[in-house]
Design a protein around this ligand. Structure first.
Ligand code: NAD
Length: 257
């Protein structure tokens, strides 16, 4: 391996959107990266794009896996260790959104959202922590949402999964802290990604524009910058926190659209 001393970041849901921007942040800041995603075609295309940009397999690899599937999670973590030998940062970013009120949300939709957004972060962290413990520490960032801070109609499954993810973050921070693993969460406001394109109606967009003090959506890179900071040594005393990266939405105290 040409770069054995560089730290390694594992980013889930990295085929596109915030996850891909986060993988790029790590590459630009001296990490080696594993991009994990269940969408094999989009993941392969993103890996190909990185290769065209000169990023070799010594710096980044794509690992297809479903974060809600325990055996696939274990295999992906083993593949990471086999290839890079260590894991210093884990970003639990894989997520799905269903925006429906309680009466219209099927049990299958509820379970799918919980399995990806909550079970996925539980399983990934459970599998990665022993690797970090062997190295004496690491950093985990769970990607929650402002939907996990505030209840609203339309978000029974999504909002509940993100609120639970925020509590899981605190549990993990308390349990792993004295082993040198810091765990924090980011609660992004709206970001212009494929997910937002799928669930943000024109009415939701207009409402966000009116209620977010910065009066705009965030960019994938703005979320990635905050994730990268929380993983970095500059955040060495930050543990168990939720950082809203939302243009001031949470501070304004208004309701979710
Ligand atoms: P996105 O849909 O563009 O990307 C999500 C990625 O996760 C996709 O590549 C998808 O294939 C992958 N994924 C889904 N289920 C998976 C599974 N079971 N295993 C592995 N990978 C899986 O969405 P995004 O907007 O980039 O969202 C990234 C994260 O940010 C999500 O957790 C989302 O809930 C959160 N978030 C997004 C917004 C927003 O407005 N876009 C706001 C707040 C929070």
């Amino acid at each position: 391996m040409a770069a054995p001393d560089l730290p390694v970041a594992l980013v889930t849901g990295a085929a596109r959107g915030i996850g891909l921007a986060t993988a790029r942040w790590f590459l630009a800041n001296g990490y080696r990266v594993v991009l994990l995603d269940v969408d094999e075609a989009t993941l392969a295309a993103s890996e190909q794009a990185l290769r065209h940009e000169g990023v070799s397999a010594e710096l980044a690899i794509a690992v297809p896996a479903d974060v809600s599937h325990p055996q696939q999670v274990d295999a992906a973590v083993q593949r990471t260790v086999d290839h890079f030998g260590r894991i210093d940062a884990l970003v639990n970013n894989a997520g799905v959104a269903v925006f429906k009120p309680i009466g219209e949300t099927s049990f299958h939709e509820w379970r799918t959202v919980m399995a990806t957004n909550l079970d996925g972060a539980f399983l990934m962290t459970q599998a990665v922590a022993p690797v970090m413990l062997e190295e004496g520490g690491g950093a985990v960032v769970n990607i929650a949402s402002i939907s996990g801070l505030r209840a609203s109609t339309l978000r029974v499954a999504y909002g509940t999964s993100k609120a639970a993810l925020i509590h899981l973050t605190k549990q993990q921070a308390v349990e792993y802290g004295n082993a040198g693993i810091r765990v924090n969460a980011i609660a992004p406001g709206p970001v212009e990604t494929a997910m937002a394109a799928a669930v943000h109606t024109p009415a939701i967009r207009a409402d966000y524009h009116d209620t977010i003090p910065l009066a705009r959506y965030g960019s994938e890179e703005e979320i990635a910058n905050a994730i990268g900071f929380l993983c970095s040594p500059q955040a060495s005393y930050i543990n168990g926190q939720v950082l809203a990266v939302d243009g001031g939405f949470d501070a304004a105290g208004v309701g979710l659209p």
